[in-house]
Design a protein around this ligand. Structure first.
Ligand SMILES: [Fe+2]
Ligand SMILES: [Fe+2]
Length: 266
């Protein structure tokens, strides 16, 4: 199986590619990203077993998978890094993730796989502190930005200073829309496909506002989430920052009504 990626950026030396249609069956639509800088390659949020095979086949057209430098994981979820065992055994890549998940991710790797490795799983994980860090990549670097509680407690986003694209993980995600390969054209029409997800999955409006303050100081030309459509150009980036920083979500919306013993059966 092969899928044509969307080219988000390409200056001949540095490329950012997005795969938006590798999920089949019942998994939620998700985007996976391949960043190439010269002879160096990295994947961002490659997913679980559902996308491992189609992604590795599709990405093989651009690189020798085995020699990939990094797999960047914004957080610990199945649709982010569920197939960590396969990436670890079939490539030499280091897995870059929050220090909060570095000791938990080895639970996804069986002892059968561990026995095939020369070192330990933990040796393959680059553990990023809460303040974030820059990770050298080819002639450039990828910036691991703090985005904690959006939604995971230890949550990173990845900024590429060459393309000036921010890979925002679950922040900005939209579900159930059509044409996920296209950028958002009408922000107001797009809001209904984002709002339910953000109200329930993102921890609070406070962190959204702090995060937006950080992003406004940066030079970001596009915000590309892991689900659904992306925000391209200054107008859409600013509309998203304004929207997300004015939102009540997560614990802001919780009342005693949300914490009662259930009476219904499923
Ligand atoms: Fe998630
Ligand atoms: Fe997700």
């Amino acid at each position: 199986m092969a899928a044509e990626p969307i080219v988000l950026f390409d200056n001949g030396h540095h490329k950012c590619l997005m795969f938006d249609s590798l999920v089949s069956g019942e998994g939620v639509q998700s985007n996976q990203f391949l960043i190439v800088d010269g002879k160096h390659e990295a994947l961002i949020d490659p997913g679980g077993d559902l996308t491992y095979t189609p992604l590795s086949v599709a990405a093989s057209r651009y690189m020798n998978i085995r020699d990939m430098d990094y797999v960047f994981a914004s957080h610990q979820d199945p649709d982010i890094i569920g197939a960590i065992d396969r990436w670890i055994v079939h490539t030499r890549a280091k897995i870059v993730t929050s220090r909060l998940w570095a000791r938990f991710l080895p639970h996804l790797v069986s002892s059968y796989v561990t026995n095939q490795l020369s070192g330990s799983v933990y040796d393959r994980i680059v553990s990023i502190p809460d303040a974030g860090a820059n990770v050298k990549f080819g002639d450039s670097y990828l910036q691991c930005l703090p985005a904690h509680f959006m939604h995971s407690v230890g949550n990173l986003q990845f900024y590429d200073p060459v393309s000036r694209i921010l890979f925002s993980g679950d922040l900005g995600a939209s579900l159930g829309g059509d044409d996920d390969h296209l950028p958002v054209k009408d922000f107001d029409k797009h809001v209904p496909s984002m709002i339910g997800f953000h109200r329930r999955y993102i921890a609070s409006g406070k962190v959204c506002r702090l995060w937006a303050n950080m992003i406004r100081e940066m030079d970001v030309t596009a915000i590309v989430p892991q689900h659904g459509k992306r925000f391209e150009g200054p107008e859409m980036v600013n509309r998203f920052l304004d929207w997300v920083s004015s939102m009540d979500c997560g614990i802001d919306l919780m009342t005693q009504e949300n914490y009662r013993q259930p009476v219904d059966y499923v």
